[in-house]
Design a protein around this ligand. Structure first.
Ligand SMILES: *Cc1c(COP(=O)(O)O)cnc(C)c1O
Length: 465
């Protein structure tokens, strides 16, 4: 399988190159040259299969040529061995929900860091180490995190040879558990930076580091944010397992920040999966809801909310959806993204908007709605949901009634966001053992102003000679 850039100015490359590079050299995002295709009977055949087997079927379409079937099978097995649910992504019926139809929660928090980022990063880390060993040399991973990518990247890459991991989180904008999960890593190759800025500032510093081509090449700079296509591929797997289990097209309601998880649903659709609708659920950072509903993709100031992993005003993966919605017009996509970078505003052409609206619906829910939803869901169903999942449960209630089952992606364990749950329910959520551990370990992180040069200096100073 070959990959191309959404901006059309990068050489075609293979899966291992996409994995190691993250961002394309022209500033665009990689997408498959052609989407692999699954037939209805192949998809029906996924029913009852272990999650790992479906992951193998989907990932081997992309990775073929870069990794052997044995390598892929081994890495998938190891990636999901540490999950605390044999189903990996269990689908739980939400009984007692007030609206009609059938409602489900897809639990994506059974990995080592209790958020859905593990589903992709556990496999990405293993394949990355394999590809790097083959290519030789070192890699420097710089990840901007709104809270969960950081710990999942550290869990996947901490302690690996020839890889240094720098994680930049916005100072004071992640929950205490999230921060401790990152800063208590014992591994010498893990470096945490608390940035005096927002997540968007952190994300733009990563993009600017990539733009400093000499420095980027010298340190072997790589991204494992959801701009890395391998994450999208790995996340598309659970859309297939859900559809196979339900035996009918579903409405997926996805708590959305950087647009990676919901775009993985579009990827599954483009691979042949029938999906009734993809619902984008945002918090008060409603750039995606405004883009879909008003036709203008424009970012404002980031709001600090109870669902910090979605406190994002630039949804990087939206570029992939725009590329597809423009009928893969790389020239238009490059111009549009260039304009957005300058003015922070992009009016969507009617044809592009119509394509997007044919697939996506979007709703925004503020903090008051998050608290009310956590409370109502606990009262009606006995389920305690985390504030990100609550955004999606809240959005799901606004989706017009239909016969299709509704599946809310439950992206984090409530114990990661104890304060928000306590505010809603008057009691903290139960803490799993794996999270209790981090509360007593010593923390290591460096606080750095929002300044590209200072970040660059810090990275250089920490790299082994
Ligand atoms: C990252 C994250 C999201 C948003 O996912 P995107 O792929 O960035 O849209 C939602 N919920 C939680 C808990 C997350 O960690």
């Amino acid at each position: 399988m070959q990959f191309i850039s959404t901006r059309g100015q990068a050489p075609v490359c293979d899966f291992a190159q996409v994995l190691l590079a993250g961002l394309a050299p022209d500033g665009g995002l990689y997408v498959p040259q052609q989407w692999p295709q699954f037939t209805a009977s192949e998809i029906a055949g996924f029913a009852g299969k272990p999650y790992q087997a479906v992951a193998f079927e989907v990932l081997s379409c992309f990775a073929g040529g870069s990794f052997s079937a044995d390598e892929l099978e081994q890495d998938i097995a190891a990636a999901y061995a540490g999950f605390d649910s044999p189903a990996i992504a269990p689908l739980r019926k939400l009984d007692g929900a007030s609206s009609n139809g059938s409602h489900y929660l897809l639990e994506l928090f059974h990995g080592p860091t209790f958020a859905f980022k593990d589903l992709a990063l556990q496999i990405l880390g293993r394949l990355f180490a394999r590809a790097l060993a083959r290519r030789g040399g070192r890699a420097t991973i710089v990840a901007a995190t709104s809270g969960d990518t950081g710990s999942a990247a550290i869990a996947a890459l901490g302690g690996l040879a020839n890889i240094e991991v720098f994680v930049i989180h916005p100072l004071g904008r992640v929950s205490e558990v999230q921060r401790r999960q990152m800063t208590t890593s014992p591994h010498a190759n893990v470096h945490n930076i608390a940035l005096e800025g927002s997540f968007d500032d952190a994300q733009s510093i990563v993009k600017e580091l990539f733009a400093q081509k000499e420095f980027a090449a010298e340190i072997g700079l790589t991204a494992v944010n959801s701009i890395n296509f391998v994450r999208i591929a790995a996340q598309s797997v659970y859309y297939f397992t859900v559809a196979a289990a339900l035996k009918q097209p579903a409405i997926f309601v996805v708590p959305t920040g950087n647009f990676g998880d919901v775009f993985a649903g579009e990827a599954a659709m483009r691979m042949g999966l029938p999906v009734e609708r993809l619902v984008i659920a945002t918090n008060a950072n409603d750039i995606m809801a405004r883009a879909l509903n008003e036709g203008v993709y424009a970012s404002g100031a980031a709001h600090h909310t109870l669902s910090p992993s979605m406190d994002i005003q630039v949804a990087s993966n939206f570029e992939r959806a725009l590329f597809e919605a423009s009928q893969r017009d790389a020239r238009w996509t490059a111009a549009a993204m260039g304009q957005f970078a300058k003015t922070r505003r992009l009016e969507l052409p009617p044809a592009v908007l119509a394509q997007l609206r044919a697939r996506y619906t979007a709703f925004a829910c503020d903090d008051a709605a998050i608290l009310a939803t956590i409370k109502k869901t606990a009262a009606e169903t006995g389920q305690v949901v985390d504030p990100h999942t609550a955004v999606a449960v809240c959005a799901a209630e606004r989706v017009p009634a239909s016969a299709a089952p509704q599946v809310v992606l439950s992206t984090a364990h409530p114990a990661k966001f104890g304060d928000a749950v306590r505010q809603a329910l008057g009691r903290p959520p139960a803490m799993p053992e794996g999270l209790k551990r981090v509360m007593d370990l010593p923390e290591r992180f460096e606080t750095i102003p929002n300044d590209l040069a200072l970040i660059r200096q810090f990275i250089s100073s920490r790299l082994p000679a």
